[in-house]
Design a protein around this ligand. Sequence first.
Ligand SMILES: [Zn+2]
Length: 139
Amino acid sequence: MIYLTKKIEFEAAHRISNYPGTCSEIHGHTYYLEVTVSGKVDWNTDMVLDFKILKSIIQTGVIDHFDHALILKRNSENEKIFSSYPGKIAWMESEPTAEQMLLWIVSSISPLLPDEISLAKLKLHETSGSCASWKDNKR
Ligand SMILES: [Zn+2]
C-alpha cells in the first residue's frame, strides 16, 4: 500500500458560539490541511493517484466550501446575528472546531475519491502549534 499526501492552506474565520472565552469572538485562521490517501500503484500510470486529481478533489471538497468563508454552527443565535450578513458563510451542524471540521472534511472528500483510493489520514492545523488529526481505523 502506498500513501500520498497533499498539503494545502486556506483562510477562514469562525466563532465557537458556546465557548466561555475569546474563541466566541469572530477570528481567523490560516488553516493548514494535510490529506493522505492510500492505494495500490496502477501499473499503467505508475501512480496511485495523480497529485493533480487529488488537488482538484481537495479544491472541490474543502477549498470551495471553506476558503475565505465565515464558518458558523447553524443555531438560532448565529442565524439571528448573521441573518443580514452578505458574505460567504459556511454553515455547520456543529461548532466549527478543528475536530468537527475534520469530520466534515472526511465526509466531503471520501465520496469524491476514485473507488480504488481510500482516505487514510487527515491533519488540520488551526495554528502552528495546534492541530487535529483523523485516521481511518479500518486500516
Ligand atoms: Zn479559532
